[in-house]
Design a binder for this molecule. Structure first.
Ligand code: ADP
Length: 455
């Protein structure tokens, strides 16, 4: 069922329920009030009868079935209803309408028992009460009549008609307003249908209202932006990876081709094999980085942590970096140390954190003209900070939010070997440890990657 239909039906059911309840209450109260005032009339007439007819005991005698009250009796009494008087043996001794259906003995008995009673006799409302004649004999006077049913019936018809009209108006207006309320959703739906994976640059038109639908459009656009970025990164990854795979593979192939063209000396074979080994190492390095990234991405919560001394970790990373890249010099400057050694201990995954530092050191050297990097560390209780600085050409402002995206490589550095994975891996590892990273490229040149550890 469409939302519009469902909303209209719900609205209709609700409104119809409320309307029916209100109209029923109005009908019920009116009916009750009418009955009450009618009974009040009957009671008054019974009083008058008690005071007039019963005073003249001569008028009271068992009545034959064809008995009709003398005209003066009827005309002198201010009522149009049937009024009958019964003696103790339930015998009718007076009536304004002898043709009236006799009151059953059961009802008369109840009146004698309770002193007075209201009851329905056929379709007439009746009131009866006991009275004592001047000679102390007890009688029962019963007055009965139609409780103006036409007024109640008319009111009932008016209320039913109003209910039907009301329900119709609610249905029409509900359908119209549900349609209007859902209009923006429908237009978003049409726009979304037009968006194809081949062109993710399209956006849903946002409406000015900041209501739920306006926010839905904005959220959807943000989602589209992320999807577009992910697609872009994927494209970049494919082209980078194929480029990075292609370079060493082509080099290996051409070196082997050249080697096989004729016999070579042992020295030449050695040089060529070493070069092939270098290319294989770079392939191996790339594969390793991809594996690390996959690990951090897929199982972030199951990565074990242990108490780790931060200064030692930094020295170990620098040693490892020197061993791997002896041609990349690194200097470490410790600006501050805490008084207590244990204040240097953090809870971390040593291997991953070292890997992040190694990547930052490697980048700093790689993108510096002299291939050197300077590390400045300040270890204070709860305020550890490490800066990895280089003297490269810096990172322009507009690139800074992109460098941490997986597979992003600056077009300025395409001639430098790389995969575009390093910094995204660094970011994921630092996120895991809640370590904040910021990038700064001062106008004087170079880049500073600043790591601020949580308190
Ligand atoms: P890779 O170095 O393999 O290309 P990274 O993810 O480590 O990939 O870095 C992404 C991009 O960020 C690099 O291509 C480079 O353009 C830029 N970058 C990273 N570190 C530096 C730096 N220290 N100086 C200048 N540019 C850098």
């Amino acid at each position: 069922m469409q939302i519009r239909t469902r909303l209209t039906l719900l609205f209709l059911l609700l409104a119809a329920g409320i309307l029916a309840a209100v109209l029923s209450a109005v009908y019920w109260m009116f009916k009750k009030n009418t009955e009450e005032s009618f009974y009040q009339g009957l009671i008054n007439q019974t009083e008058v009868a008690a005071q007039t007819i019963l005073l003249d005991a001569n008028k009271l005698h068992p009545m034959p079935s064809n008995w009709i009250a003398p005209d003066d009796d009827i005309n002198n009494l201010p009522y149009q209803e049937n009024l009958s008087i019964f003696d103790q043996s339930y015998q009718r001794v007076f009536s304004t309408n002898p043709n009236a259906v006799p009151i059953p003995a059961r009802d008369l008995e109840t009146i004698y028992k309770h002193g007075e009673e209201r009851f329905i006799h056929f379709n007439l409302h009746a009131y009866g009460r006991t009275v004592s004649a001047p000679d102390s004999r007890p009688y029962v006077i019963v007055t009965e009549g139609y409780c103006n049913p036409t007024v109640i019936l008319e009111l009932r018809n008016i209320l039913i008609f109003s209910f039907l009209i009301g329900v119709f108006l609610v249905a029409v207006s509900g359908w119209y307003y549900a349609g209007r309320a859902l209009d923006p959703v429908t237009s978003i739906l049409h726009e979304v249908e037009k968006i194809q994976p081949s062109d993710l640059s399209k956006r849903v038109e946002t409406i000015k209202n900041k209501d739920e639908i306006g926010r839905l459009a904005i959220t959807f656009n943000l989602l589209l932006e992320r999807v577009e970025r992910a697609f872009l990164m994927q494209k970049m990854f494919i082209s980078n990876v194929s480029h990075e795979l292609n370079n060493p593979l082509t080099a290996i192939r051409s070196q082997i081709d050249v080697l096989l063209q004729r016999d070579r000396s042992q020295e030449q074979y050695k040089v060529a094999l070493n070069s092939v080994l270098d290319d294989l190492k770079s392939l191996n390095n790339m594969e390793q980085q991809l594996m690390d990234l996959a690990r951090v991405y897929t199982t972030p919560h199951s990565i074990p942590r242990s108490p780790t001394r931060l200064d030692e970790l930094l020295w170990q990373a620098s040693d490892q970096h020197k061993k791997r890249n002896p041609e990349y010099p690194i200097t470490i400057e410790i600006l501050k140390l805490p008084e207590q050694e244990e204040d240097l201990i953090i809870h971390a995954n040593e291997t991953l954190l070292k890997l992040a530092l190694l990547n930052l050191m490697n980048n700093a050297c790689k993108y510096s003209p002299d291939n050197s990097a300077q590390i400045k560390a300040s270890f204070e209780k709860g305020r550890h900070q490490i800066e990895i600085c280089d003297k490269g050409d810096g990172i322009p402002e507009e690139e800074r939010h992109l460098i941490f995206e997986p597979f992003y490589r600056s077009p300025r550095h395409l001639q430098v070997k790389g995969t575009g994975i390093g910094l995204s891996l660094v970011k994921s590892i630092l996120n895991l440890h809640e370590i904040d990273i910021s990038v700064e490229s001062p106008p004087s040149g170079g880049t500073i990657f600043r790591l601020i550890f949580p308190e």
